[in-house]
Design a protein around this ligand. Structure first.
Ligand code: ZN
Ligand code: ZN
Ligand code: ZN
Length: 259
């Protein structure tokens, strides 16, 4: 619960370096390597609103300061928002922009009330606007522009099998993602689809490299780039489907231990 004593000052502070890192396994944010600006006169009872910049700028946590005479200040309590409040969400709901610099907020109580309300806003995806991905006209256009829309049977992020995939637009490129991967790429500190795919890329069982590519079977529709391995015309369902670009080993991905 974000709440200030009525007499508290509310400070908004920006991270000065780095970006928070989203742990893809747990969905938790890590703020290691980030520094926050504080005023020299940080006082006991001050409330600090932390803003971080990822793919979007967002409020990530709110903390209350304890400062006793002659001792360094510390946080009594830090409330980490599991759904960071993104700049555009805040603006749409309040018609106020998140300050781009660290400031003491006028009417801090009102800012805290707004954050408290917005952190629990029901959204089809956790935080970042996904309206492009639900717009049939834009999806249609992307399909027309990119005729060979990737394998709809597998998630473009984690390679898991899809029964129903979410169409997801990155620029004008269309991907199909599972629920979990779609949530992840719409997180303001989440990876791109390519980043997610690299994270989930199968590891070569011989050398441990993640630089693996699918082997191309059958008659290619056109010229094949040099670095795509050619498997021949006969597809053996139990044969290798991936090749390692680091050591050249061919292997079957569904026989690997789950990562
Ligand atoms: Zn997925
Ligand atoms: Zn999407
Ligand atoms: Zn290898």
């Amino acid at each position: 619960m974000i709440r200030a004593m009525t007499t508290s000052r509310v400070l908004l502070t920006h991270a000065s370096e780095g970006e928070p890192v989203l742990d893809l396994a747990t969905g938790d944010l890590s703020f290691d390597g980030m520094a926050w600006h504080f005023p020299a006169d940080l006082q006991d009872g001050d409330v600090v609103v932390h803003v971080a910049r990822g793919r979007r700028t967002a409020v990530v946590s709110v903390a209350t300061v304890v400062r006793r005479a002659g001792e360094p200040a510390y946080y009594a309590h830090e409330d980490l928002l599991s759904r960071p409040v993104v700049d555009t969400t805040f603006w749409r709901a309040t018609a106020r922009a998140l300050p781009t610099r660290s400031v003491v907020l006028n009417d801090g109580e009102r800012w805290l009330d707004d954050l408290e309300r917005l952190r629990y806003l029901p959204a089809p995806w956790p935080v970042l606007d996904a309206s492009a991905c639900t717009d049939p006209a834009r999806i249609q256009r992307a399909v027309l522009e990119d005729g060979d829309v990737a394998d709809i049977g597998r998630c473009a992020g984690c390679r898991g099998r899809l029964s129903t995939g979410h169409p997801h637009l990155e620029g004008s490129v269309l991907f199909f993602l599972c629920d979990r991967c779609h949530d992840t790429v719409h997180h303001p500190f989440g990876p791109t689809v390519a980043g997610l795919a690299a994270h989930h890329a199968p590891v070569c069982p011989r050398c441990g490299s993640r630089d693996t590519v699918e082997i191309l079977y059958g008659m290619p529709p056109g010229p094949v780039p040099d670095d795509v391995p050619i498997g021949g015309c006969v597809l053996d369902p139990s044969g290798p489907d991936l090749a390692c670009r680091t050591c050249g080993h061919w292997f079957r991905s569904d026989r690997l231990e789950p990562a």
